[in-house]
Design a binder for this molecule. Sequence first.
Ligand code: PMV
Length: 357
Amino acid sequence: MEIIKTAVAAPNIALVKYWGKREDLLKLPYNDSISITLDDSVIFTKTTVALEKRLKEDVFIFNGKKVNDERIGEWLELARGRVAKHAPEIAGMNMLIVTKNNFPSSAGIASSASGFAALAEAFCACAGIKDAKEKSMIARLGSGSASRSVVGGFVQWVAGRRPDGEDSYAVQLAPKKHWDELVDVIAIISVAKKKVSSKEGMENTAKNSPLFACRLKEVNERLGRVQKAILKKDFESLAIEMMRDSNSMHATALHSWPPVFYMNDVSRKIVEETLKLNGKGIVAGYTFDAGPNAHIICEKKNLQKVKNMLLKVKGVKKMVCAGLGNGSRIIETDMAEFSKYAKKYFSESESPKSALR
Ligand code: PMV
């Protein structure tokens, strides 16, 4: 028996951030978060999952190289546990996972979000799981923010309260078409791997930052305002809320011990220039994830102004502009590309026949 499915997923950028887990293993957050899912024709992870009896072990190929990734191993164990309820025969088979990103990993562009969303989408397709809630929960088991990349447009990850996480998944607040004028201009400042992972950073913050409790209270008040701004397409309110939420996350992390900081001098210069650009009326909002790269959100009519502003900032190496996307999805497997891995890792040399189901 052999099953092959390929999925693509895009990163998402949080306007109200997830920062801090109430439960570590299942990745259950303290607070709800809100994001926009980006356009997967610009920025994406593409992942093929092949379940094949001839495979002696799970194999993970990332950007063309076989790697041993502890996080993937942990995810597989948890994801199989869930999938076993729907399709025990699928959960019992080894997997060849071939994945690639068209953007730098671990640099503040949420590669884990698109990565685990694509992986969850492909694995769920292998098991015949179509339910969006279930897919979001399976993606969440790899990386919290991945729960949001499964869904398109404007997305809220509901934190939930249950210890088993069955009420912690992402839902759509509004589809892409509701406010398709929004665009995220990602200013790449550094592609170096970050020194403190988001996992470590948020753990440290939740444990040691005196500002953490204050942030949770603030976030819970902000969520309603951000929902309202999205529904009314009120850019000014949205931009102010997202900038303040980013400031809050980074300030809370900085006030941890040891201090955690992700933004650098170039990031701070971008904050300054965005505020200057907004001097005569709000046209853009900045937000930073766990890295120095800036995400500047604006409406398409102001895109050139934002690009001009970023072009003046020394240290911005590249800009990537991505509009909204529709969430993770299944695409046709490129068998020419896939068969070289299949030949190498399936113990018999023939390549899979019954693919593309
Ligand atoms: O899902 P993780 O572990 O990569 O954490 C993501 C945290 C932030 O990107 C900083 C915020 C967010 O909500 O995406």
